[in-house]
Design a protein around this ligand. Structure first.
Ligand SMILES: [Zn+2]
Length: 837
């Protein structure tokens, strides 16, 4: 790093410390974060990912914001305000504004660490467009400004009347506030902060005791107002954050306002916040609210809000947490299911929910100084959060399932694009989660303390116990548990260094009994100061607390043994019964198709006694520690009998799956034959090639030879959704409407000419969950030279649910079959399995 850059960083860091001091309240978190601006990582794991975020993800996300019209929405709103003619069309979603805000936030963090005049100028141009779209009184919400008479249908006729439902006005402003605070802290420029404070002042004038009331349909405004309070010192922003949390609940909803038709659980308004005890509803909204609750609990010294957050956290980690740290089991409402209901293939685990988990867990730690929150934060961070972005940094997962049959692939962007934007801003801020500190006066302690929470090579500069302190780490974590920590105070003085001993190194993968290690205990961690062993006395808060007079060059050596560990889930988790997962250090593993025989993993049985060893593979997935051993692969023979073969076994870090194409993946592996899925015997159908009338779906599911359990089995199907059947006599759909179709098809081309006389179709139908039904009608054709001819069938072309529909026909020798179908009006259609004989 150049001297100039170091000086620049020092100035910004000093400015941050000064800013933090501007907030005048007497209460705050007893533990303070060491901001990412003070921490430099040069490690093997995070530094390359953060650089990919800077070089690839952030530019790509800005480009998508431009290409998708999100930037143009601000331009059109500005035209409207200037009275100029403009395109009146409503944006795709009323929350599309947030994507630009989020990427600006990510870019701001990047600018803080690495000056980039080109990026700085680009961000300023975007900010000018945002400022021009702000109404005179501070309101920003492009869809209403573009067309006040006819905004997006979720917006409501007037400002705020649909806020508790789906207008997302406060959500949009929340992301503006987060971006503005970051941009101001990073650059010292007020161009975005001025826009944000003008909007926040409008909220303060509109909402509060004696004024109008509401609560955000989609939370984030609460924590964002707190950030704005921290950078401006304006108490009214903090008071409004508390008001929005206190107001939330079922009471006092004016008759002209609607709540979300999915029910008050959906956005955590089923009870007053202080009476809540269980995480429910939409998981991202929940996480942002709980993070805002922690902020309010700390800054307003609100014991009831604090107790509610603690209860909800306990409930979550005991019954609703995936091993990857992901949350939100159900796709239908993008949120929490019932306790212990943690299906793997259909796990939703939205990337944004993982980002929110880490915002919340970090705040819970700052509130309590307890490492159990860091344990959960670390689990999510290394697994279910970074799985949301490809290693190249250019494609993203929305859901992060724990099992796949090849139907999942990351995408470059989404219609609802919350996840890529959240990745850009989170990845850039990872260094801010490594350290924290507590001055002696907080909570009346005797000594100040440094918390070493995460292990990553690099260094940090901070002020502690009346002087400057540099702390540096040298480690290959998470691939190796040896960590050398150098503590360099500017002058010798006494303080505590709290060295975190992760739960996984203390035989406790998570607090509570949702997951436990199956195998024999790992060797105990070792810790030494200047080469002299320190007793492994772990405080209630999960740290080894080393209190002494520290001198320049003092060194702590920590050794966290990292054998491969087997984990099993609580027996109430049906999806994980008789299954085992693998973890090494903080990394959760998955078996993926390219590394295992026949490209299959759902057929693997991994007996408890089989030895497993780690091996570093520098050539694989940007360099990862894999797990190797032997397992059994199950397959069916021609007669349908199960065959069992000893075979090599490889697992990779879960977060790195889906970087080598589509195929099978599984975190929870069978321990017994009964729960494995034997590979089917090859048939004319399973060895054929399929083409079809949809565009990007995984058609191979239709010929994978696996018999579905029911028509709504979501493990391996194909559908045409979102294409629907046309209503009878309906005109062709207008632009922007859901496409309608009068016919779809699948063609099956055989590996060699085959004689066939029977076909079996098992339809996909997700009644009660989605918009796919059995078709209205279908028929079968065969290829005769260049022509398609209908088969001479002897019976009905059935559309029964939950069974194979068998059609026998006069035998034909052909190279290909074609299935043609007509969907029912206004619903889609899909196929579970297609067999031929
Ligand atoms: Zn998202």
């Amino acid at each position: 790093m150049t001297t100039l850059l170091r000086i620049g960083l020092a100035i910004v860091t000093a400015a941050l410390i000064a800013l933090a001091g501007q907030a005048q309240g007497t209460h705050d978190y007893p533990v303070q974060p060491v901001p990412f601006t003070a921490v430099r990582l040069n490690d093997v794991f995070w530094a390359p990912r953060i650089e990919t975020n800077r070089q690839v993800t952030i530019p790509a996300a800005f480009q998508k914001c431009e290409e998708s019209g999100r930037v143009n929405n601000f331009e059109r709103a500005a035209q409207a305000l200037r009275g100029e003619p403009h395109d009146m069309k409503a944006p795709g979603y009323p929350f599309d504004d947030t994507d630009l805000y989020k990427v600006i936030e990510g870019a701001s963090y990047v600018l803080n660490v690495q000056p980039d005049p080109k990026l700085d100028a680009y961000v300023d141009r975007m900010i000018a467009k945002i400022a021009a779209a702000q109404e005179p009184d501070g309101y920003i919400y492009t869809t209403r400004t573009i067309n006040p008479e006819n905004p997006h249908r979720w917006a409501g006729k007037e400002r705020w009347v649909n806020e508790r439902n789906d207008s997302h006005e406060l959500y949009d402003l929340g992301h503006l506030f987060e971006a503005a605070a970051a941009h101001y802290q990073a650059t010292g420029k007020k161009n975005l902060l001025d826009v944000a404070t003008k909007a926040a002042d409008l909220l303060v004038a509109t909402f509060g005791p004696g004024k109008r009331t509401t609560w955000p349909g989609h939370q984030i405004t609460e924590m964002a107002l707190v950030k704005l309070y921290r950078v401006t010192g304006k108490e009214s922003y903090l008071s409004l954050a508390k008001f929005l949390i206190d107001e939330r609940g079922p009471a006092a909803i004016p008759s002209n306002e609607t709540v979300n038709p999915r029910g008050l659980d959906y956005n955590q308004a089923q009870l007053r916040v202080i009476d809540q005890s269980e995480p429910v509803g939409h998981a991202v909204r929940a996480m942002y609210m709980y993070a805002g609750m922690a902020d309010v609990a700390a800054l307003e010294d609100d014991a009831k809000v604090k107790a509610a957050g603690d209860r909800i956290w306990d409930n979550l980690v005991q019954s609703k947490l995936y091993l990857t740290g992901g949350i939100g089991a159900a796709g239908g409402h993008e949120g929490f299911g019932d306790p212990y209901d943690l299906p793997n293939m259909t796990a939703y685990n939205e990337t944004c929910a993982s980002v929110g988990m880490d915002y919340w867990n970090h705040r819970q730690f700052l509130l309590h100084g307890d490492a159990k929150y860091i344990d959960i934060m670390e689990r999510t961070l290394y697994n279910g959060l970074i799985s949301g972005v490809s290693l190249k940094g250019d494609t993203f997962f929305y859901p992060n399932p724990l099992e796949s049959n090849g139907q999942h692939a990351r995408q470059a962007w989404f219609g609802v694009a919350c996840c890529p934007g959240n990745i850009t801003r989170f990845m850039a801020s990872v260094p801010g989660y490594v350290y924290a500190k507590r001055e002696a006066r907080a909570a009346g302690r005797d000594t100040a303390a440094l918390y070493v929470n995460l292990y990553a090579g690099g260094s940090a500069d901070l002020e502690l116990a009346g002087g400057k302190l540099t702390v540096a780490q040298d480690t290959r974590y998470p691939w190796d548990g040896a960590v050398k920590i150098r503590v360099t105070p500017d002058k010798a003085r006494a303080f505590t260094v709290n060295v975190r001993i992760p739960g996984w190194a203390r035989e406790q993968p998570v607090p509570g009994d949702l997951y436990r290690f199956l195998d024999r205990p790992a060797p105990a961690p070792r810790i030494a100061v200047n080469g002299k062993a320190v007793p492994l006395t772990i405080t209630d808060g999960g740290y080894v607390a080393i209190t002494r007079t520290w001198n320049g060059g003092d060194t702590i050596d920590l050794d966290l043994p990292m054998p491969v560990r087997r984990i099993v889930a609580h027996d109430k988790v049906a999806a994980d019964r008789d299954r085992v997962a693998l973890q090494r250090g903080p990394i959760v593993y998955a078996a993926e198709w390219p590394d295992n025989p026949s490209g299959k993993v759902r057929n693997i049985v991994l007996p408890d006694a089989n030895a497993l060893v780690p091996e570093f593979r520098s050539d694989l997935l940007n360099g990862v520690e894999v797990i190797k051993g032997r397992a059994f692969g199950l397959s069916l023979d021609e007669k349908g009998a199960v065959q069992k073969a000893d075979q090599p076994f490889v697992a990779i870090p879960y977060a790195t799956w889906a970087n080598r194409g589509r195929g099978q993946m599984s975190v929870w592996l069978a321990r017994t034959d009964a729960v494995a899925r034997p590979t089917p015997y090859p048939t004319a159908a399973t060895t054929s090639t399929l083409t079809h009338s949809a565009s990007t779906k995984n058609i191979r599911n239709v010929i994978d030879g696996e018999d579905p359990r029911a028509s709504n089995d979501s493990s391996s199907y194909f559908d045409w959704w979102p294409r629907n059947g046309c209503a009878a006599g309906a005109p062709p759909p207008a632009a922007g409407q859901r496409p309608c179709s009068n016919g779809e098809w699948i063609e099956m081309t055989f590996a060699k000419p085959s004689t066939v006389s029977e076909t079996q179709i098992y339809w996909f139908d997700d009644t009660g969950r989605g918009g796919v039904r059995v078709p209205k009608s279908w028929r079968l054709l065969y290829k005769d030279g260049a022509d398609w001819k209908p088969v001479a069938a002897s019976g009905e072309f059935g559309v029964a649910r939950d069974q194979y529909n068998t059609v026998r026909f006069t035998a034909v020798t052909t190279t290909a079959l074609r299935l043609e179908l007509q969907m029912q009006p206004e619903v889609s259609a899909g196929v579970q399995e297609w067999k031929v004989k």
